[in-house]
Design a binder for this molecule. Structure first.
Ligand SMILES: Cc1cc2nc3c(=O)[nH]c(=O)nc-3n(C[C@H](O)[C@H](O)[C@H](O)COP(=O)(O)OP(=O)(O)OC[C@H]3O[C@@H](n4cnc5c(N)ncnc54)[C@H](O)[C@@H]3O)c2cc1C
Length: 490
């Protein structure tokens, strides 16, 4: 019997797991995917939102504003790439300026510090590539960017070194709460793809499927719709065009199309915002990619397509009430939820995790561990700056002498070595798939999108996992990469 079973290994589930791992508890995280961070947490804008956008008084506003400084703090603690690059909301005409003032007032009501209007000249001084036709902008000093998969994986690893178990490829198929002989609500039974699991408490962090989990336990039913956001990603060759995140004014569909650098120095454009009936449909479409181009060109008239390297999309988990639902479910003791986690769920994750862990700790009289372990050290490697710096050559040579795999380059675009790929597989909650390697090392994420390095990564994965190379997948399930061996009889 587990004390707590967390359903969903996205940023919310992993953040809660890490917070619960501070207590003397037996915690299990389940996910139907073959890796952590295979849902919405891998495909979003990666913005640390300041908090001026959410309606005052909502859970979104509360957790966004509390979460913002915590993301910076957690990213530093966990060695996750993160930058306080600031955000700008552009006014394209004089008529937009009152809307900027209204956003500042909303931010003030939410308790956001560091918001002000800046002039057209100040915007262009900071961001010379921005459309010179703008009238001014909102500057949010606390806005930033973070690696969303870096944060999620680091949280999972830190939870794992503190005893949390992870069971992947483990879909929850049914859920019920037992009643004891006195008619009182007792433990939970989770029917999963890997058999029956029992737990004293359940945390629902199942993203777009949190309604399915919730409705199997609670009478107070929820409906979550998937609202897809598509993106373009541009090569790091032009990533330095902008330093801040550039928003247009928000609409009723969300925060609009942004242009932002990422922590890896690429640029992303997007996201669109459209409901899709299938909650697994993460396609990108020609029509929406055109829409992004047309809208982003308003922010960045110099936008050219020759640096586009890929497109991707993520699904917002939209609750009809338009807000997050976080906390205890009143009609099901021992059941906790974090549902409706659309934007700014990434920013809010630390604050939500702290609150939920405190609620569970208080309900179950939990005791803190005396020997809570620090996070594992990041995967060793050389930054692109180090590789370009002649004064670092002796250090590099010494590292390569110590471990020759540090000198064998596998991904040329992102300069990832064999040693880093092996380390990504050997880590707590290590990579088992090609995408798992990608999110832990960036191999496959560069200009060639894996065209050169994929075969070697697969060989290393097969060696490390001691499996037949043809069984390896891109991201679990049916996504096999190799169909067989030429010249080998079946
Ligand atoms: C387009 C877009 C842009 C965004 N931009 C930002 C941003 O810039 N800043 C920001 O703060 N937020 C942003 N967000 C929001 C943020 O990405 C989400 O709030 C956050 O990632 C949600 O995390 P999660 O853990 O709830 O969901 P997920 O990451 O989706 O995790 C849920 C997990 O549950 C698992 N699961 C579901 N059902 C089952 C089952 N039956 N059994 C087992 N496992 C199951 C899934 O496999 C999945 O791994 C954006 C979202 C989108 C879509």
């Amino acid at each position: 019997m587990y004390d707590v079973v967390i359903i969903g290994a996205g940023v919310i589930g992993c953040a809660i797991a890490r917070e619960l791992s501070r207590y003397q508890l037996h915690v299990l995280v389940l996910d139907q995917a073959s890796d952590v961070c295979e849902g919405t947490s891998k495909a979003n804008s990666g913005i640390i939102h300041a908090g001026y956008d959410a309606t005052p008084g909502t859970s979104k506003a509360h957790y966004n504003v509390r979460g913002n400084p915590l993301v910076y703090q957690w990213a530093q603690e966990l060695s996750v790439p993160c930058k306080n690059n600031t955000s700008l909301v552009l006014a394209f005409s004089e008529a937009d300026l009152p809307k900027i003032a209204a956003l500042i007032e909303r931010g003030r009501q939410n308790g956001v510090k560091g918001l002000r209007t800046i002039s057209r000249e100040e915007v262009l001084g900071r961001e010379p590539q921005v459309n010179p036709a703008i009238a001014g902008a909102l500057l949010a000093e606390t806005g930033g960017i973070v690696s969303p998969y870096g944060l999620t994986i680091a949280l999972a690893e830190h939870a794992a070194v503190n005893g949390v178990e992870f069971r992947l490829d483990c879909q929850v198929q049914a859920l019920s709460q037992r009643t004891d002989p006195n008619g009182r609500k007792a433990h939970f039974e989770v029917q999963s793809a890997q058999g029956l699991i029992q737990a004293r408490a359940i945390v629902n962090a199942a993203g777009v499927f949190a309604d399915v989990i919730h409705n199997s336990l609670s009478q107070d039913t929820l409906t979550i719709s998937a609202r897809r956001g598509e993106y373009w990603m541009l090569d790091k060759r032009i990533g330095a065009q902008f330093s801040a995140t550039l928003f247009q004014l928000p609409t009723d569909k969300g925060k609009g199309i942004l242009v932002t650098p990422t922590v890896e120095q690429t640029l992303i454009l997007g996201p669109t915002s459209d409901f899709v009936p299938d909650k697994t449909d993460t396609r990108t479409t020609a029509a929406k990619q055109e829409e992004i181009l047309a809208t982003a060109a308003l922010t960045w008239p110099g936008l050219r397509q020759d640096s586009f390297i890929t497109s991707f999309s993520g699904l917002r988990a939209h609750l009809a009430e338009g807000d997050f639902r976080v906390g205890r479910a009143p009609d099901v003791p021992g059941y906790y939820l974090a549902a409706g986690m659309e934007s700014p769920g990434l920013t809010a994750a630390p604050a939500i995790a702290i609150d939920l862990a405190e609620q569970i700790a208080s309900d179950f009289d939990l005791v803190l561990k005396p020997d809570f372990q620090p996070p594992p050290r990041p995967i060793p490697g050389f930054s692109l700056e180090q590789l370009a710096d002649p004064t670092q050559m002796d250090l590099l040579a010494a590292e390569i002498a110590r471990d020759p795999a540090m000198g064998r380059l596998v991904c040329r675009c992102e300069q990832v070595t064999e040693a880093q790929i092996r380390a990504a597989i050997r880590r707590p909650v290590g990579a088992r798939t090609l995408d798992g390697i990608k999110r832990r090392t960036r191999a496959n994420m560069g200009r060639c999108q894996g065209g050169f390095c994929t075969p070697r990564i697969l060989e290393i994965l097969a060696e490390e996992l001691d499996c037949d190379i043809t069984t390896l997948t891109k991201s679990g399930g049916q996504s096999r990469i190799l169909m067989g061996r030429l010249g080998v009889e079946p």
